[in-house]
Design a protein around this ligand. Structure first.
Ligand code: M6R
Length: 353
């Protein structure tokens, strides 16, 4: 039931702060110790020499963020693969691979195909899914809940943040983030709420920048490039505005030729190592007439940025940076008079290959 909300998508965007708290409540006890991840899971992963995250769509984008946690905190080399590609072009694997399937529905046919293949080869697999007791959770060796609660809108929102959160927690169980993850996640929940409270800001940005436009871009570097992919998918799948998300350094290798007068270019700027370079790229597209809209974290923000994202640990910034993109996709679609929850040609759960 969507209650007072006009669309499920908006309700689900708003639920993300509560989802973050629920996930922390499930995976941490009162003393701040991790719980709910069986030793069998961590033991099996610790035996592996490499993780292979396999997923589709938004879940694939969540995997691109999760890779950082597994590599930086747990020190396990991690690859992220698109399920429909991996299924028919399996890359050369390490000696002891461990597979992680990410899925909201747990029914995605492309991912199921890969799980079948992997099982035939005798490799261990864990599914992180929102719908437990789904095919992918039943058929993998292990399963952990993503705990986003029912997600109805075709455009995935809270399942993305929940998948990122659960991967962070799993990586913390395998290694050491070097800071108090539980405390930082509590802050993330507060700040997600603060951003979702700014709806009017994003409604105005969406209406000013996107109504009447036929294309748009999201750029970023590092983790922001991963979020740019998700931000672009969100906008294009429901508003039908052709949107590309990509690593900002690639602009000069081709895409910058697409920039015209007023082309909307959204820049996500939350990673200090590359902030200077990204500022340069924003200036380059602005010089060619682009309408640049910068979402920068507090530590990196400058006069003229469209919105300042509250500061949390940089590796957790994707959890905040994605929220404006979700709201902008929502309001742009609304302004174009389209059905936000049921975009044409799409199904919530893609059960065919
Ligand atoms: O249920 P899954 O997470 O396996 O689904 C994967 C994709 O089909 C899904 O994320 C899709 O890309 C969404 N429509 C994105 O909003």
């Amino acid at each position: 039931d969507k209650g007072a909300y006009p669309y499920y998508m908006l309700k689900e965007i708003d639920e993300q702060a509560v989802v973050a708290r629920n996930i922390a409540g499930h995976y941490y006890d009162e003393d701040g110790n991790l719980q709910g991840i069986p030793c069998a899971v961590t033991d099996a992963i610790e035996e592996a020499d490499r993780l292979y995250i396999v997923a589709a769509g938004t879940s694939y984008h969540a995997g691109l963020v999760g890779k950082r946690y597994f590599e930086q905190w747990a020190k396990i080399p991690t690859e992220v693969h698109i399920a429909s590609e991996f299924a028919y072009d399996q890359p050369m694997l390490s000696e002891k691979p461990f597979f992680i399937f990410l899925s909201q529905s747990g029914e995605t046919a492309d991912s199921r195909e890969v799980l079948d293949n992997v099982k035939k080869q005798g490799f261990p697999a864990l599914t992180l899914a929102n719908v437990m007791n789904s095919t992918l959770t039943r058929e993998a060796d292990f399963a952990l809940p993503v705990l986003a609660g029912p997600e109805i809108a075709v455009a995935s929102t809270k399942a993305y943040t929940a998948q990122v959160l659960v991967q962070a927690i799993l990586a913390a169980a395998l290694g050491n983030p070097g800071f108090d993850l539980k405390a930082e996640l509590a802050k993330v929940a507060v700040e997600i709420q603060a951003i979702t409270d700014e709806k009017e800001t994003f409604k105005k940005i969406a209406e000013d920048a996107l109504v009447g436009q036929h294309s748009a871009f999201y750029i970023g570097r590092g983790l922001d490039a991963a979020v740019a992919l998700e931000a672009a998918l969100k906008l294009k799948e429901i508003s039908y505005i052709q949107t590309e998300g990509f690593a900002a350094g690639e602009l000069k290798h081709g895409t910058i030729s697409l920039i015209e007068d007023k082309t909307p270019v959204f820049a996500l700027l939350t990673q200090s190592k590359t902030a200077g370079l990204l500022r340069g790229e924003v200036a380059q597209v602005a010089a060619r007439g682009a309408n640049t809209i910068v979402f920068a974290s507090e530590n990196l923000a400058k006069e003229g940025d469209a919105f300042v994202l509250p500061q949390v640990n940089e590796l957790l910034m994707p959890l905040l940076a994605v929220i404006p993109a979700q709201l902008i996709a929502y309001y742009a679609t609304l302004a174009r008079g389209l059905d936000v929850d049921r975009p044409r040609n799409l199904a919530k759960s893609v059960t065919v290959q």
